[in-house]
Design a protein around this ligand. Sequence first.
Ligand code: PLP
Length: 401
Amino acid sequence: MSLPSPWRADFPAFAAFTASRQTYLDTAATAQKPQAVLDALLDHYAGGAANVHRAQHAPGERATLAFEGAREKVAQWLNADNPNEIVFTRGSTEGLNLLAYGLEHLFNAGDEIVISALEHHANLLPWQQLALRRDLKLVILPLDGAGDIDLQQAAQLIGPRTRLLAVSQLSNVLGRWQPLQPLLALARAQGALSVVDGAQGVVHGRHDVTALGCDFYVFSGHKLYAPDGIGVLYGRARAMAKLRHWQFGGEMVQHADYQSARFRPAPLGFEAGTPAIAAAIGLGAALDYLGEQDEYALAAHEAALHQRLLTGLRRFDGLRLLGEPHTALASFVIDGVHNADLSHLLGEQGIAVRAGQHCAMPLLHGLGLPGAIRVSLGLYSDGDDLERFFAALHHALDLLR
Ligand SMILES: Cc1ncc(COP(=O)(O)O)c(C=O)c1O
């Protein structure tokens, strides 16, 4: 069974990859874009680019309608209460930095921010630096044996001093869904704000931020088959109202004189300057595209392919998987082989995988590893990609051993 992907033909990059004999297995780093997204970008520019929210001419109106239409699509995709809860950012990293600055005034020395041991640097460093600026304590939730945030320990560590909890929905290294509902309930019980890093999670299935009950949720467009340079910060209206403005300039201001200014609320108050208009429209097109697909067929394809990835990897002598990933990716090390040597040899054979510390240095150090290889799948990945990868891995190991 070759496990073909019915979606592959929608992604023009695979024609180029086939021509250059590349096998792309690094979707968790960034995803390829469907033709529908490329068409939306071309349509925006070829139809006449204009800035948004400023102009009263027809091109400006057209751009504004498309840009705000994309915001509505994101709000619907996440089941937010309304589009004002959606701020466009540059990506997850910018969303998390925005939060760490925008919420800074709420913290007093000795307050605690709780994250977990598996966070991407994007959901560690902004909080770490905030803690250093304000003399706060950064509390790290440990993982259990399966590589998930340990709920028993979380119940001990999330307490009356906790002012904010920030955790990943799906680990970019271990590929495991984290127990968000109970963690968010623990934070709520202490009156703490909650932030979910949805950078990886948002890509797999539909996620309902209202049902989840988080205060903030961030993700990046480029991992969700949309252009890079665009991301989303969702904030429930009550939580969003606590944010202090962080970047200042055009369009985020209600009134300005030389000595003072009054700023707009979200979303425009947090989108100073000209936003990534085309990329936002592209994100809307990516959501349209995904929304048109059979989500059950898509989930079934991802699950079957993931299973085949795990089964194939387990056949290699000396290969150790980092945990038992739930979906879409697998990270591994091989006894006696350095991940950089291996990824180099895979790269030479046209196999694109990720090697190193995956922007999660403390996690890798905690596992006692200098790095690992990560293979990750998208809806366009197919069984032949995996066969080429397994063959290349065999060949690389023959050379290295
Ligand atoms: C879990 C997680 N959080 C945050 C990020 C940062 O995303 P970006 O680089 O798009 O801002 C990533 C990117 O790999 C990620 O995997």
